[in-house]
Design a protein around this ligand. Structure first.
Ligand code: GDP
Ligand code: IMO
Ligand code: MG
Length: 429
């Protein structure tokens, strides 16, 4: 099984970083294909904790070639910062490859992100403020700056002029900010070029050649299905395709080369930022989940919104992504609950709806219909075999598996690398 995609099946922070790390010792390449430093992946190895944003989590495993492919938007200052932090911890980052076609996030994207959010007022999306949306908007508007432009000063200057022309009118006349000088941006970007040069490559070609040679490639998605710009809860989404299709367009590896899609789901649900979230809890159960699961953003530190497991969302994700296997994380967080509610369908204005509604208003009005499962009190963090989980924990997983659209092949029982119960091998099983 040489090409494997990992995607988030809910609203992000499902534990994709941990799942990538789990497989990393068996893969040759790990590819970040969408998003940018809006992602935050926490990986715990022994007593060491790493927080990765722009770099794929697989970079922590020796021998793996990390790749940032064309679908990513790169804040180069952040990239170097993150690399330096890993170098200081003796992580080998010398093999990193960066696509010549990836787009660049610059100062004006970060500024636009902040001012546009402010202007949205109560319709705010609650972005991470990292310039992600404006950088993708420039890409789609065909005024983006790509990594390859940094190596031709003349071209770079023309492109920055083109990008700033309209933005400076907006910044000054609408948003009441100062104009940004072309020189400032050009000098800034040129300053990164020499350090970046040896990393820049035709990553699409390299990845296809690697697959031809029988290597194993893991595509690590950032964000999640419900944050996907096409399939998520638009407009409360990020600006990239974070579903499995994005692995293809975002890397130059054709869809028929992708062998396996691993969806990561939490045993409950969280969301950061604004937008619909039917199973959200506003009571002490929500507080309890946040405290027990330590649900605070890896990127912005914001408290995550919390709620029960939503099976229609999981089924939707299974369908949109072609999930072959689910990894269910954080089952240990539910330990101690007497009864565990699971959303099995919605009530939309008095009508039972079994799938995620296509209408945004219906999803906003969706009230969860719950089924309750008996909980367990035993500590499960040391369990490594499914049969050793308490009977009620096994039944919870099996019940969820029946209604979630794909088999649950592994179960997370703690943050550490080895805190996992594997039912089916994620690469060969
Ligand atoms: P990502 O963005 O999908 O990579 O996920 P994050 O790293 O933002 O958030 C997941 C958090 O849950 C991290 O702090 C992980 O260390 C932690 N985590 C992952 N799997 C498990 C698990 O099975 N149990 C517990 N208790 N924590 C987990
Ligand atoms: P990982 O990869 C959770 C959310 C933001 C906001 C919306 C748009 O760690 O799962 P953006 O800055 O992307 O324009 O913000 O998307 N968001 C995430 N939420 N996990 C993430 O990444 C996220 N990346 C973006 O909170 O609601
Ligand atoms: Mg995260």
């Amino acid at each position: 099984m040489p090409a494997i995609v990992i995607i988030g099946a809910q609203w992000g922070d499902e534990g994709k970083g941990k799942a990538t790390d789990l497989l990393a010792s068996r893969i040759d390449y790990v590819v970040k294909f969408n998003g940018g430093n809006n992602a935050g992946h926490t990986v715990v190895i022994g007593d060491q904790k790493y927080a990765l944003h722009l770099l794929p989590s697989g970079i922590l495993s020796p021998g793996v070639i990390p790749v940032i492919s064309n679908g990513v938007v790169i804040d180069i200052e952040v990239l170097f910062h993150e690399l330096d932090a890993l170098i200081a911890r003796d992580v080998d980052v010398t093999k990193l490859l960066v696509s010549a076609n990836a787009h660049v996030i610059t100062h004006y994207h970060r500024t636009m992100d902040k001012v546009t959010e402010r202007f949205l007022g109560k319709r705010q999306i609650g972005t991470t403020g990292r310039g992600i949306g404006p950088a993708y908007a420039d890409k789609i508007n065909r005024v983006g700056i790509r990594i390859q432009d940094l190596f031709d000063e003349n071209i770079l200057r023309q492109k920055v002029e083109g990008a700033l022309h309209q933005k400076n009118h907006l910044l000054v006349k609408i948003y009441n900010r100062r104009a940004i000088a072309v020189d400032e941006i050009v000098d800034d970007l040129l300053g990164y070029a020499e350090r970046l040069r040896p990393m820049v490559a035709d990553t699409g070609l390299i990845l296809n050649q690697a697959l031809d040679a029988g290597k194993t490639v893991l595509f690590e998605g950032g964000q999640a299905t419900m944050l996907d710009v096409d399939h998520g809860t638009y407009p409360f989404v990020t600006s990239s395709n974070s579903t499995s299709g994005g692995a293809s367009t975002g890397s130059g590896v054709a869809p028929n080369r992708l062998d396996r899609v691993i969806g990561i789901v939490k045993a409950y649900t969280t969301r950061v930022g604004a937008g619909p979230f039917p199973t959200e809890l506003h009571d002490e159960s929500g507080e309890w989940l946040r405290a027990r699961g330590f649900e605070f953003g890896t990127t912005t530190g914001r408290p995550r919104r919390t709620g029960w497991y939503d099976a229609p969302v999981a089924r939707y994700s299974a369908r949109i992504n072609g999930v072959t296997d689910y990894v269910m994380t954080k089952l240990d967080v539910l330990t101690g609950l007497e009864r565990i509610p699971v959303c099995v369908a919605y009530d939309v204005d008095g009508v039972r709806v079994d799938e995620v509604p296509v209408s945004q208003s219906d999803f906003h009005h969706a009230v969860p219909i719950y089924e309750e499962f008996p909980g367990w009190t035993e500590d499960i963090t040391g369990v490594r075999e499914f049969a050793d989980l308490p009977k009620n924990a096994q039944d919870y997983v099996l019940a969820i598996e029946r209604i979630s659209g794909a088999r649950i092949s592994a179960i997370g029982v703690g943050p550490g690398r080895d805190a996992i119960v594997v039912r089916h091998d994620l690469i060969d099983g």
